[in-house]
Design a protein around this ligand. Structure first.
Ligand SMILES: [Zn+2]
Length: 199
Protein backbone atom coordinates (compact mmCIF):
# COMPACT_ATOMS: atom_id res chain seq x y z
CA UNK A 1 0.00 0.00 0.00
CA UNK A 2 1.06 3.54 -0.64
CA UNK A 3 1.28 5.37 2.67
CA UNK A 4 -0.70 8.41 3.77
CA UNK A 5 2.30 10.53 2.73
CA UNK A 6 2.22 9.46 -0.92
CA UNK A 7 -1.56 9.84 -1.12
CA UNK A 8 -1.48 13.23 0.61
CA UNK A 9 1.26 14.60 -1.65
CA UNK A 10 -0.63 13.49 -4.75
CA UNK A 11 -3.81 15.04 -3.31
CA UNK A 12 -2.06 18.37 -2.76
CA UNK A 13 -0.62 18.35 -6.28
CA UNK A 14 -3.92 17.51 -7.97
CA UNK A 15 -5.82 20.07 -5.87
CA UNK A 16 -3.29 22.76 -6.77
CA UNK A 17 -3.56 21.94 -10.49
CA UNK A 18 -7.36 21.54 -10.43
CA UNK A 19 -8.24 24.59 -8.35
CA UNK A 20 -5.24 26.88 -8.79
CA UNK A 21 -6.77 28.73 -11.74
CA UNK A 22 -10.39 28.76 -10.52
CA UNK A 23 -12.40 31.96 -10.94
CA UNK A 24 -13.28 32.19 -7.27
CA UNK A 25 -10.42 33.44 -5.04
CA UNK A 26 -11.80 31.19 -2.30
CA UNK A 27 -11.23 28.08 -4.42
CA UNK A 28 -7.71 29.22 -5.26
CA UNK A 29 -6.77 29.48 -1.57
CA UNK A 30 -3.82 27.21 -0.65
CA UNK A 31 -5.78 25.86 2.32
CA UNK A 32 -7.88 23.93 -0.18
CA UNK A 33 -4.73 22.10 -1.27
CA UNK A 34 -4.69 20.74 2.28
CA UNK A 35 -8.25 19.59 1.72
CA UNK A 36 -6.80 17.82 -1.33
CA UNK A 37 -4.37 16.03 0.98
CA UNK A 38 -7.31 14.93 3.15
CA UNK A 39 -9.24 13.68 0.11
CA UNK A 40 -6.14 11.81 -1.02
CA UNK A 41 -6.07 9.86 2.22
CA UNK A 42 -9.86 9.56 2.62
CA UNK A 43 -10.31 6.08 1.06
CA UNK A 44 -7.95 4.59 3.68
CA UNK A 45 -10.27 5.63 6.48
CA UNK A 46 -11.77 2.20 5.87
CA UNK A 47 -8.83 0.93 7.93
CA UNK A 48 -9.90 3.10 10.86
CA UNK A 49 -13.54 2.03 10.53
CA UNK A 50 -12.49 -1.63 10.33
CA UNK A 51 -10.08 -1.25 13.26
CA UNK A 52 -12.56 0.37 15.63
CA UNK A 53 -15.92 -0.94 14.50
CA UNK A 54 -15.03 -4.28 12.89
CA UNK A 55 -16.80 -6.23 10.20
CA UNK A 56 -20.26 -4.90 11.00
CA UNK A 57 -19.29 -1.48 9.59
CA UNK A 58 -16.63 -2.52 7.11
CA UNK A 59 -17.68 -5.99 5.92
CA UNK A 60 -15.25 -5.98 2.99
CA UNK A 61 -12.32 -4.77 5.12
CA UNK A 62 -9.55 -2.61 3.67
CA UNK A 63 -9.64 -1.65 -0.06
CA UNK A 64 -13.36 -2.23 -0.31
CA UNK A 65 -15.93 0.19 -1.77
CA UNK A 66 -13.94 3.28 -0.73
CA UNK A 67 -11.30 2.35 -3.35
CA UNK A 68 -13.61 2.34 -6.38
CA UNK A 69 -14.98 4.36 -9.27
CA UNK A 70 -18.28 4.57 -7.40
CA UNK A 71 -16.67 6.15 -4.32
CA UNK A 72 -14.75 8.69 -6.44
CA UNK A 73 -17.97 9.67 -8.26
CA UNK A 74 -19.93 9.90 -5.00
CA UNK A 75 -17.35 12.20 -3.36
CA UNK A 76 -17.07 14.33 -6.52
CA UNK A 77 -20.83 14.76 -6.84
CA UNK A 78 -21.25 15.49 -3.12
CA UNK A 79 -18.63 18.25 -3.26
CA UNK A 80 -20.09 19.63 -6.49
CA UNK A 81 -23.41 19.77 -4.62
CA UNK A 82 -21.77 21.79 -1.84
CA UNK A 83 -20.38 24.14 -4.50
CA UNK A 84 -23.83 24.55 -6.03
CA UNK A 85 -25.30 25.20 -2.58
CA UNK A 86 -22.89 28.09 -2.17
CA UNK A 87 -23.82 29.34 -5.65
CA UNK A 88 -20.36 28.80 -7.12
CA UNK A 89 -19.85 29.50 -10.81
CA UNK A 90 -20.65 26.58 -13.09
CA UNK A 91 -17.02 26.38 -14.27
CA UNK A 92 -15.83 26.29 -10.65
CA UNK A 93 -18.35 23.54 -9.79
CA UNK A 94 -16.87 21.60 -12.69
CA UNK A 95 -13.38 22.14 -11.27
CA UNK A 96 -14.46 20.98 -7.80
CA UNK A 97 -16.12 17.88 -9.26
CA UNK A 98 -13.22 16.96 -11.56
CA UNK A 99 -10.53 17.62 -8.96
CA UNK A 100 -12.24 15.60 -6.22
CA UNK A 101 -12.82 12.72 -8.62
CA UNK A 102 -9.20 12.76 -9.80
CA UNK A 103 -7.85 12.76 -6.23
CA UNK A 104 -10.01 9.95 -4.86
CA UNK A 105 -9.71 7.75 -7.96
CA UNK A 106 -5.96 8.28 -8.16
CA UNK A 107 -5.74 6.83 -4.64
CA UNK A 108 -7.28 3.60 -5.90
CA UNK A 109 -4.99 3.57 -8.96
CA UNK A 110 -1.90 4.08 -6.77
CA UNK A 111 -2.87 1.16 -4.55
CA UNK A 112 -3.38 -1.03 -7.62
CA UNK A 113 0.06 -0.02 -8.95
CA UNK A 114 1.78 -0.95 -5.68
CA UNK A 115 1.48 -4.59 -6.64
CA UNK A 116 0.99 -5.74 -3.06
CA UNK A 117 -1.97 -6.48 -0.82
CA UNK A 118 -5.54 -6.83 -1.97
CA UNK A 119 -6.65 -5.99 -5.51
CA UNK A 120 -8.76 -2.90 -6.11
CA UNK A 121 -12.17 -3.00 -7.81
CA UNK A 122 -11.40 0.02 -10.00
CA UNK A 123 -14.61 -0.19 -12.07
CA UNK A 124 -17.09 -0.98 -9.26
CA UNK A 125 -20.13 -0.76 -9.34
CA UNK A 126 -19.92 -1.70 -13.04
CA UNK A 127 -17.51 -4.58 -12.43
CA UNK A 128 -16.27 -6.47 -9.38
CA UNK A 129 -12.96 -7.40 -10.98
CA UNK A 130 -10.09 -6.53 -8.60
CA UNK A 131 -6.98 -5.05 -10.22
CA UNK A 132 -3.44 -5.33 -8.92
CA UNK A 133 -0.26 -4.73 -10.86
CA UNK A 134 1.78 -7.96 -11.20
CA UNK A 135 4.93 -5.92 -10.55
CA UNK A 136 5.54 -3.21 -7.97
CA UNK A 137 5.43 0.09 -9.89
CA UNK A 138 5.23 2.31 -6.80
CA UNK A 139 6.78 1.95 -3.33
CA UNK A 140 4.59 -0.14 -1.07
CA UNK A 141 4.59 -0.27 2.74
CA UNK A 142 4.24 -3.57 4.54
CA UNK A 143 1.44 -3.53 7.06
CA UNK A 144 0.19 -6.55 8.91
CA UNK A 145 -3.36 -6.70 10.17
CA UNK A 146 -2.07 -9.05 12.84
CA UNK A 147 -0.44 -6.04 14.51
CA UNK A 148 -3.32 -3.72 15.32
CA UNK A 149 -1.09 -0.70 15.89
CA UNK A 150 -0.87 1.66 12.90
CA UNK A 151 2.38 3.03 14.37
CA UNK A 152 3.99 -0.05 12.82
CA UNK A 153 3.69 1.79 9.53
CA UNK A 154 6.53 4.10 10.61
CA UNK A 155 8.54 1.69 12.72
CA UNK A 156 10.38 -0.56 10.27
CA UNK A 157 13.36 0.20 8.05
CA UNK A 158 11.40 -0.94 4.98
CA UNK A 159 8.46 1.33 5.68
CA UNK A 160 10.73 4.28 6.46
CA UNK A 161 12.42 3.74 3.09
CA UNK A 162 8.94 3.71 1.47
CA UNK A 163 8.15 7.07 3.07
CA UNK A 164 11.47 8.44 1.76
CA UNK A 165 10.79 7.04 -1.72
CA UNK A 166 7.34 8.59 -1.79
CA UNK A 167 8.79 11.94 -0.76
CA UNK A 168 11.26 11.73 -3.65
CA UNK A 169 8.70 10.57 -6.23
CA UNK A 170 5.69 12.69 -5.31
CA UNK A 171 7.27 15.66 -3.46
CA UNK A 172 8.80 17.53 -6.45
CA UNK A 173 5.66 17.30 -8.67
CA UNK A 174 3.47 18.43 -5.75
CA UNK A 175 5.79 21.37 -5.11
CA UNK A 176 5.86 22.27 -8.81
CA UNK A 177 2.05 22.14 -8.93
CA UNK A 178 1.81 24.39 -5.86
CA UNK A 179 4.20 26.97 -7.39
CA UNK A 180 2.32 26.83 -10.73
CA UNK A 181 -1.01 27.33 -8.93
CA UNK A 182 0.35 30.15 -6.77
CA UNK A 183 1.66 32.07 -9.79
CA UNK A 184 -1.58 31.49 -11.70
CA UNK A 185 -3.67 32.57 -8.72
CA UNK A 186 -1.71 35.80 -8.43
CA UNK A 187 -2.21 36.53 -12.12
CA UNK A 188 -5.92 35.73 -11.82
CA UNK A 189 -6.26 38.09 -8.82
CA UNK A 190 -4.56 40.92 -10.71
CA UNK A 191 -6.80 40.34 -13.72
CA UNK A 192 -9.87 40.27 -11.45
CA UNK A 193 -8.86 43.57 -9.88
CA UNK A 194 -8.51 45.13 -13.32
CA UNK A 195 -11.85 43.87 -14.59
CA UNK A 196 -13.71 43.94 -11.26
CA UNK A 197 -14.55 40.23 -11.59
CA UNK A 198 -13.24 39.16 -8.17
CA UNK A 199 -15.86 38.10 -5.70
ZN1 LIG B 1 -5.76 2.80 -0.04
Amino acid sequence: MSTFLGHALVGVGLAAVGLGRAKSPLLRHPLLWMAGAFLGVLPDFDIVVFRFFGHAWAPSGHRGPSHTLGAALAVALALAGVGALFRARLTDIGRICGTAFAIVYTHALMDALCGAGRGVALAWPFSDVAWLSPVRLLPGAAWSRAVPDLVELFGTAHNLSVLGGEMLIFGPPALAAAVWAHLGSRRESERGELTGEND
